[in-house]
Design a protein around this ligand. Structure first.
Ligand SMILES: Cc1cc2ncn([C@H]3O[C@H](COP(=O)(O)O)[C@@H](O)[C@H]3O)c2cc1C
Ligand SMILES: O=C(O)c1cccnc1
Length: 340
């Protein structure tokens, strides 16, 4: 069936369900999107998974976060013990969670259930030098593509991407500013919770960093300059998920910046994306506007880790289920709208 015919067929199927025309709102658009993505009129969700990538950032040493850099490794331990927000929400919704060491400044014991994709012991401080080498960037893309491929081979067709890394809102803000052309003031927010005065300092530091690098509007150059390893790995993972026709659950600010990077490499990825929520981080609203994306949820969350993906997942499930399970006017013997 051609795409146009399938779209018409799906729309008709949606319209003939026992409800007022259009009354399932955004769920209808989601059902149409997922049907088109899976190229069928009865799409399915299988093996929902979230990959949460953790990495350290050299810029954290410059005082851009309210929390010390060691929180990254401490939170990774917390993920592994099942105690973080993302663990709770994944358990709640039956989502498989995988935690990836993209470049945490710590040597983990090999018998922890952590996926080793270490590109280094944290990025270098981009205030003084490029955050990563071209080899590290290539490694990040290849390694995360392989991880997503593994998930696809296990039957996963809906995947979310999360992150953990003290300092990573700074990397994300610089990437956003370079790739969108928006001023840093539209891209920089409080992250994990700096004070108003610390925010002014953060903005100054990031402005200095921006002028010290020759305005990299090209995505791989920008990723190399500003990092981080987890953002690069999310970008590479999203690109692979697009190739494998998976539904991509886009989380908050940092994951959306990784999506922006992926979209500038392959614009077709937009078809695969579901923007799960709008984070309270200042730049996220502006980024979603730039991407012309309307997020499913507004819950004033600002934690990342993939939490928005986990929270939004049941909504996506409802979209698929109404399409497959609801009766039609004909099958239920319900009268249709009287014609005007
Ligand atoms: C305990 C804790 C848990 C987190 N989980 C996610 N983040 C979030 O906050 C960090 C980014 O903010 P910034 O750029 O200001 O450091 C990232 O690790 C992000 O995942 C956390 C932050 C903290 C403190
Ligand atoms: O929206 C996010 O992803 C976010 C915001 C603040 C801190 N960490 C993550």
């Amino acid at each position: 069936m051609s795409t146009v015919t399938l779209a018409q067929h799906l729309q008709q199927k949606i319209d003939l369900k026992t409800k007022p025309l259009g009354a399932l709102g955004r769920l209808e658009a989601l059902a149409l999107q997922i049907g088109l993505l899976q190229n069928c009129s009865n799409p399915e969700l299988s093996h929902p998974s979230i990959l949460t990538f953790a990495a350290d950032h050299g810029i954290a040493a410059s005082g851009v976060s309210a929390y010390p850099a060691e929180v990254t490794v401490q939170m990774v331990q917390n993920f592994l013990q099942g105690g973080a927000a993302i663990n709770v929400f994944c358990r709640q919704h039956g989502i498989e969670l995988h935690v990836v060491d993209a470049g945490v400044n710590f040597e983990f014991s090999p018998d922890t259930p952590l996926i080793d994709a270490k590109a280094g012991m944290g990025t270098r401080n981009f205030l003084h030098e490029e955050a990563m080498t071209a080899e590290q960037l290539k490694f990040c893309f290849e390694r995360s593509a392989a991880l997503v491929e593994q998930q696809a081979k296990k039957g996963c067709n809906v995947i979310g991407f999360g992150e953990m890394g003290i300092g990573n809102t700074s990397s994300a803000s610089l990437l956003m500013s370079c790739l969108t052309g928006l001023p840093l003031t539209d891209c920089v927010g409080k992250g994990a919770g700096v004070s108003d005065e610390q925010l002014v300092k953060k903005l100054h530091i990031l402005e200095r960093a921006k002028v010290s690098h020759p305005a990299p509007a090209e995505v791989s150059q920008a990723l190399r300059c500003f990092g981080g390893f987890e953002i690069a790995q999310i970008c590479g993972g999203m690109l692979k998920a697009q190739q494998r026709q998976m539904i991509i659950l886009v989380d908050g600010f940092i994951a959306s910046v990784a999506f922006l990077c992926a979209r500038s490499i392959n614009p077709e990825i937009t078809m695969n994306a579901v923007f799960c929520h709008q984070s309270d981080e200042l730049g996220h609203k502006n980024l979603l506007r730039h991407l012309d994306a309307s997020p499913l949820l507004h819950l004033s969350m600002r934690v990342g880790e993939g939490t928005g993906c986990a929270i939004a997942y049941p909504i996506i499930e409802s979209a698929v289920r109404f399409l497959n399970e609801m009766a039609s006017f004909e099958s239920a013997g319900v009268s249709q709208k009287t014609s005007e």
